[in-house]
Design a protein around this ligand. Sequence first.
Ligand code: DX5
Ligand code: ZN
Length: 222
Amino acid sequence: MSLQAKIGPSILNADLVDLYSESQKLLDNGADYLHLDVMDGHFVPNLTFGHPVVKCLRNKIKSAFFETHMMVSNPIQWIEPMADANVNLYTFHIEPVMNSVEEVCRKVKESGMQVGLALKPGTPVEDVVKYIDDADLVLVMTVEPGFGGQSFMNDMMPKVEWLRKNYPTLDIEVDGGVSTKTIDCCAKAGANYIVSGTAVIKADDQKKVISELKNCVQSYLK
Ligand code: DX5
Ligand code: ZN
């Protein structure tokens, strides 16, 4: 199947007391999936929420595609509970599990979820190459993971370009500082899964921002 443009807002900077209505609003405004940022206060210096919250959200939102972005030191630990919460795509960072990436991929697949492999800005793209055949998606971080609202790192685009050139059918995701101002270089480099937090959440017209992001990606996919 040909590549598709998908926009997945991150709810990290939303009003989390209203997680359900904030999430539903994003979906009503055209979000293709929800990007749920899970942090453990260890792999990154911040905390968000874990599988109990994801499961409650899933109980309210039955059919949307959920990606959990696992910014955690021990991704194996959360596979079963996230699968139980009906997460669709389990994206974990390879850095803390460099010696067991294949095993984590296998367990994620056995649990019935798709696999995403995430790279911090300092991690060279070469480090992920030998695992790409095991994965459904590669996430190139365009900020240091841990916080929303940071500035987009343009110098991550060569990683995206290299992946797109060598893996024409791979789903490539970017995350961090992506807005209507920075989408063009992401789309041009070859990203087709677009995470956008602050730029969508804080927009007066979410629908307009989501459709601008999507149109830009589609224009390069054609
Ligand atoms: C950062 C998270 C991102 C973040 C994106 O650690 O992984 O998903 O919430 O937010 P913005 O778009 O505001 O950088
Ligand atoms: Zn994220």
